[in-house]
Design a protein around this ligand. Structure first.
Ligand code: NAI
Length: 346
């Protein structure tokens, strides 16, 4: 049987390592490209069955048309979120599959790592003690125990984050568009969550509805000193409004693993360059803002699960013409789509 040809975009060393390992039977002919998939780089996929892409590859209508013209049959996302793919436009043209879960623990644990780092000033202590500065001035944190954490999105990652918070003795409240029945989670309205939370952590997808859910108005409803954590998607937060909230001393701290304009910045080394994004630069300059560059997923367990599931998705689709992890615009809730279409969206 012919090998399945995959053009792999935005390839990093750690991606190659895990995919080479997962391709143990050499069933896939994978060509790795540093470049992201865009209208300019579509040509690289000529003659391939599949393109494999990540969070910042821009799969717009023009890219979809070009891929289709090049004979590509499948877009295999090696991530869970799919806001970077025009799935409505792809419908009927090219199938799209994703990795719905690879390690929700990786992301939930990173959210807590950022929260603890911020609240207990670990990022400051690390730098101070390296310079033999053992002063504790300005290092006062607060106890997690007894604080109210508001979790937006109680899916796989949100629920694990909730369990971690409960382990710290925190009071958990949550909002979800589709609350989980019998979960024992205390659901409140979004306004109540903004008003009552000492800490807010975002774990919902980016959609038209959730875009900029944290904005000037929602920040005005929050407690003074609130800590905001975003490990989901950058555009859930209006970054300029967040910056104003921090400057006004309303927002006590922000822990950002994602940023709305991250696509041309994150995952690259700009240490010798002038970064032109003034909002990001100002956020990073704040003593109470921690930024990691979309790193929450990055554990060896997650990388190995991503590679295994992506290649299993590709194989299932290319051999059987359908795949359980397909996504389409007709369903924001994947289960119903797949049930309705018997594992096939069109
Ligand atoms: P999931 O699909 O298991 O859970 C998402 C939850 O959000 C669901 O319960 C859903 O009902 C809820 N939801 C949908 N729309 C909503 C809205 N408008 N308001 C409130 N809740 C809403 O997804 P999972 O695996 O928990 O991932 C959550 C998000 O984490 C993903 O959408 C992705 O953007 C992000 N992510 C970030 C990573 C990183 O490295 N920083 C890695 C993996 C995922």
């Amino acid at each position: 049987m012919d090998k399945i040809r995959i053009a792999f975009f935005d390839a990093k060393d750690y991606d190659k390592e895990s995919f080479v390992k997962a391709n143990v039977n050499d069933e896939f002919d994978i060509t790795y490209y540093d470049a992201r998939l865009s209208t300019d780089t579509c040509k690289l996929a000529e003659g391939c069955d599949v393109v494999c892409v990540f969070v910042n590859d821009d799969i717009n209508p023009e890219v979809i048309d070009k891929l289709q013209a090049n004979g590509v049959k499948l877009i295999a996302l090696r991530c869970a979120g799919y806001n970077n793919v025009d799935i409505e436009y792809a419908y009927g043209k090219i199938h799209v599959v994703r990795v719905p879960a690879y390690s929700p623990y990786a992301v939930a644990e990173h959210a807590m790592a950022m929260l603890l780092t911020s609240v207990r000033r670990i990022h400051k202590a690390f730098i101070r003690t390296r310079d033999f500065n053992f002063s504790l001035s300005g290092m006062t944190g607060f106890d997690m125990h007894g604080k109210t954490v508001g979790v937006v999105g109680t899916g796989k990652i949100g629920r694990i984050f909730i369990d971690i918070c409960r382990g710290f003795g925190m009071n958990v409240i949550a909002y979800d568009k589709y609350p989980a029945v019998d979960s024992g989670i205390k659901y409140v309205s979004l306004d109540e969550l903004w008003e009552q939370s000492d800490i807010i952590s975002l774990h919902c997808p980016l959609t038209d509805e959730s875009r900029h859910m944290i904005n000037e108005e929602s920040i005005s409803k929050m407690k003074k000193g609130v800590v905001i954590i975003n490990t989901s998607r950058g555009a859930l937060i209006d970054s300029e409004a967040l910056l104003e909230g921090i400057k006004d001393r309303k927002v006590g701290a922000a822990c950002l693993d994602v940023y709305e304009e991250e696509s041309n910045i994150f995952f690259h080394d700009y240490s010798n360059h002038i970064v032109n994004d003034d909002v990001l630069a100002r956020l990073i300059s704040m003593p109470n803002v921690i930024v990691t560059s979309h790193q929450a997923f990055l554990t060896s367990e997650a990388l190995s699960n991503i590679a295994d599931t992506t290649l299993a998705n590709v194989k299932e689709f290319m051999r059987e013409g359908k795949c359980i992890n397909e996504i389409c615009y007709k369903c924001s809730r994947m289960d119903s789509c797949n049930l309705k279409h018997e594992k096939k969206c069109f």
